[in-house]
Structures are given as C-alpha cells and as structure tokens.
Design a protein around this ligand. Sequence first.
Ligand SMILES: Nc1nc2c(ncn2[C@@H]2O[C@H](COP(=O)(O)OP(=O)(O)OP(=O)(O)O)[C@@H](O)[C@H]2O)c(=O)[nH]1
Ligand SMILES: [Mg+2]
Length: 211
Amino acid sequence: MKIHDARFLLSSTDHEQLPPPAYAEIAFAGRSNVGKSSLINSLAQRKKLVRTSNKPGATRALNFFRLTLEGDATLDLVDLPGYGYAQRSKSERRSWGPLIESFLSTRPGLRAVVLIIDVRRGLEDDDRELIDYLTSLELGVFLVATKIDKIPLHQRKLRVEAIKKEAGRRVFPYSSETGDGRDVLFRSLLRAASIELPAKDEGIKLADERS
Ligand SMILES: Nc1nc2c(ncn2[C@@H]2O[C@H](COP(=O)(O)OP(=O)(O)OP(=O)(O)O)[C@@H](O)[C@H]2O)c(=O)[nH]1
Ligand SMILES: [Mg+2]
C-alpha cells in the first residue's frame, strides 16, 4: 500500500480545537519516551513527519497527521501525549487528563488505539489501566512492543511470547529503527479503519483462502 502524502494537520491542547471528525482515526498512546512519535514516522515511511526526542515528555498536545493512501483513502494518525513522566498522584490515577479522555470517548471516527510498550520493560501499571479504560469505551487496542532492535535476536521471540501471555492478547513486535513489524501492523490498522488493501497486497491471503 503506497502512501502518497503524509502531512501534519494540527496540534491541539484544547477539546474545542480538535479537527472536525472527517476520516477514520488511529491514536497512538504509551509511556513518555517509549517511541510513539518514532513509530508514527516509521508507519508513515517519513523520517521527520513527527518530532521525536530523547527527552521524555516531548509530545504534550494531541498531534494530528493525515495520510493519503493509494486509491485516495485517507487515514488520520493521532499522537497522544505520553504518560508516566510526571508521577500521577492518587487522585489523578484512573484519570488520563480531560483532553485525552474527551478525545478517546467522543471521536466517532476513532477506530482503534495503538498502545506502545518497550519490549524490554513489558506492561506496566499505567499501561494496564489504559487497556482497561479503552476496553470500557469498547475501543480496539493494538498492543505493540517496540525497540525490539535493542534486544538480541535470539531473545526476541521469548520476550514477545512472555508479554503476550501476560497481556492475554496479540502483541505486535516492532522496531522503528529497522522497520521490523511495520507491514504487519500497518495492514492490521488499515483493516481496523475499513480501508481496503489493493488486490496485490492481499494476493497471498486470497490464494490461501481459495485452497
Ligand atoms: N533503537 C530504537 N530506538 C527507538 C525506537 N523507537 C524510538 N526510539 C528512540 O526513543 C527515543 C524516544 O522516541 P520518541 O518517538 O520521541 O518517543 P515518544 O513516545 O514520542 O516520546 P514523548 O513524546 O516524549 O512521549 C528517541 O531517542 C528515539 O530515537 C526503536 O524502535 N528502536
Ligand atoms: Mg512523542
């Protein structure tokens, strides 16, 4: 699936400034510095669409990016602010902040949330709470274990299996550095957004289904 155009749409720190819901949206959530913005660049096959940083807390607003795909389909990707940077107090727990919560609970076009964790750290309390919250909103969750390039090849499979067992759901291994896992995740997200893959991308699957 070719990406004809990828562009920054707008940045919002206020619910009133969200773009009118026109297209299917996929949001990206995860701890601060886990690699959300890098993953969006990798999916969009652009090096500098989204600003990345080695300082945690780089993304503080909701940032919208618009992909125009082969066949003129449009998909919006939404980079959410990272959590876990500032310690949440007890009263703040179970709350993701008014902006994130109103976005997650009111967007008619939101098809799924990609929850990104570091393959070396696995699921942490904040991630589990977010999965519960998303499930309560009946939003689909794609759990991505990123930075797999940081662990030796022979450990990857075991590590991903362990996370899968703990999470009780499918895990998408990923590396924004090498692009490993990109095509599998992108195809799954297009499906969640009801964007049809061109016939050639589906070739193998269709052949399988015929037999
Ligand atoms: N080796 C490796 N480094 C990565 C990968 N993904 C992200 N990084 C690095 O991790 C750091 C943080 O990446 P970002 O994409 O800015 O992380 P973020 O989750 O958007 O961070 P905030 O916006 O601060 O919440 C950067 O130095 C990236 O280069 C990966 O798959 N492999
Ligand atoms: Mg970021």
